[in-house]
Design a protein around this ligand. Structure first.
Ligand SMILES: Nc1nc2c(ncn2[C@@H]2O[C@H](COP(=O)(O)OP(=O)(O)OP(=O)(O)O)[C@@H](O)[C@H]2O)c(=O)[nH]1
Ligand SMILES: *[C@@H]1O[C@H](CO)[C@@H](O)[C@H](O)[C@H]1NC(C)=O
Ligand SMILES: *[C@@H]1O[C@H](CO)[C@@H](O)[C@H](O)[C@H]1NC(C)=O
Ligand SMILES: *[C@@H]1O[C@H](CO)[C@@H](O)[C@H](O)[C@H]1NC(C)=O
Ligand SMILES: [Mg+2]
Length: 367
């Protein structure tokens, strides 16, 4: 699987094969800030933790097909063992079809937490009627011929648009503010003895991530132009201390393709539900690029978080060892890795791989 994916990337992204061989040459950077001791549990002394007896208004969210069951079981088992059996956060599972009884039964047995299973409303999932299907078909065929990953897939586009602008509108999600997105077949490599939701809430964070990388330019040829148009139309939404410097090296003229890998996200849904992102998503959606191109939810979320939030509201979680084939983030400090009893190999962390955007992040945060 990894080999196949790696070779798909190799063929679909000319820079990929060339840049990965440059990995490890950027060692020795200052590691990112850690979550303060006060958020760890159990407390090292009475009242030492801010997390005891407090829970955030938060849920896990897992979008999956019935056929993803085995991967979903593995992901839930991992997060329960490494974090949630001690915290008890609920889960919301969403699907564009009804979940089978077998799916629900096999998942429910894994945790004592509340688990809810929802179906996605049709108009949150399928291609809208105003998309010109003949044009979309031709463009999909063209992307497929160019070997662009998922370039020919309609369902992948539904998924990207849903994750961009709809998951936080689902009725089962309304009662929550914070979410942690989990995909089938991911791995959590370290014990997490702190509560990332409470840390984010107390510190005014909006978006938490573990891996950042370049997007395939051919999936988003017109996206940046629309982002710039939107910013010109709505300067009132652009945060004063935004992170444009992470997305662009020339003040916003050209997009450097850096984005957060959104298969992992811990974020504040009130940010997506707010006026800036609502207007932004509606504007982008009206341009048709989720279907005529193949815009991913990763660049859409990342660009929005970097523009409409202040840079201090974006948080890199070095402590969270995380793997989604073919990449892994492993904590970069020995003490963190030992404390988390991590099962990942520190020397294989993606952070300073040539295809990673961590260097841009470090440089930007230092500036
Ligand atoms: N219900 C449903 N879920 C989907 C569909 N397509 C993708 N998903 C889910 O959407 C998420 C992202 O899809 P993936 O196929 O993992 O896409 P990806 O992470 O870009 O690519 P991979 O490298 O193949 O993992 C996963 O949680 C999938 O289970 C679909 O058609 N229906
Ligand atoms: C811990 O904090 C609570 C609430 O502030 C207080 O009532 C209690 O006495 C404290 N316990 C200790 C051991 O300091
Ligand atoms: C949790 O957050 C949602 C969305 O902001 C809100 O509607 C709900 O009332 C909150 N619940 C609690 C218990 O604070
Ligand atoms: C960003 O920071 C500025 C001041 O530093 C503040 O006025 C503004 O409200 C912040 N924006 C957001 C989105 O929190
Ligand atoms: Mg995936």
């Amino acid at each position: 699987m990894l080999v196949i994916f790696h070779s798909i990337l190799r063929f679909s992204h000319e820079g990929y094969g060339r840049t990965t061989s440059l990995s490890k040459i950027f060692k020795g950077k200052e590691p990112a800030p850690l979550v303060p001791e006060a958020y760890y549990f159990p407390p090292s002394e009475p009242n030492a933790t801010l997390a005891v007896d407090r829970r955030a208004n938060a849920t896990f969210i897992i979008l999956a097909r019935n056929t993803d069951i085995n991967g979903v079981v593995r992901s839930v088992r991992d997060i329960e063992d490494r974090f949630n059996s001690a915290r008890g956060y609920p889960y919301v599972f969403l699907n564009d079809e009804p979940f089978t009884d077998e799916f629900k039964e096999r998942v429910s047995v894994l945790s004592g937490s509340l688990m809810e299973f929802g179906e996605i409303p049709r108009d949150h999932w399928y291609q809208p009627d105003w998309i010109d299907e003949d044009k979309a078909t031709k463009l999909r065929q063209k992307m497929e011929e160019e070997n662009i990953i998922y370039g020919g897939s309609k369902s992948y586009r539904n998924m990207c648009r849903f994750n961009s602008g709809f998951f936080y509108k689902h009725p089962l999600m309304q009662k929550y503010r914070w979410y942690w997105r989990i995909e089938p077949e991911v791995h959590f490599h370290c014990d997490l003895h702190f509560d990332p939701f409470l840390f984010m809430e107390d510190n005014n964070k909006v978006y938490g991530w573990t891996i950042t990388m370049y997007e395939f330019e051919k999936t988003i040829p017109s996206l940046w132009g629309h982002v710039r148009d939107f910013m010109r139309m709505h300067p009132e939404y652009v945060a004063e201390e935004n992170a444009m410097g992470f997305l662009s090296h020339d003040g916003g003229n050209k997009y450097n393709l850096c984005h957060f890998w959104s298969n992992f996200e811990i974020a504040d849904m009130n940010f997506w539900r707010g006026p800036a992102y609502t207007a932004f998503f509606e504007y982008l959606d009206s341009r048709g690029g989720f279907y005529y191109e193949r815009w991913g939810d990763a660049p859409v979320h990342s660009i929005a978080a970097a523009i409409f939030a202040n840079k201090s509201q974006l948080h890199f979680f070095d402590e969270i060892g995380y793997e989604h084939n073919p990449y892994t983030h492993c904590p970069q400090r020995k003490e963190t890795w030992q404390r988390g009893r991590c099962s990942c190999d520190m020397s294989r962390s993606f952070d300073y791989d040539g295809y990673s955007c961590m260097r841009q992040w470090d440089d930007f945060m230092k500036s």
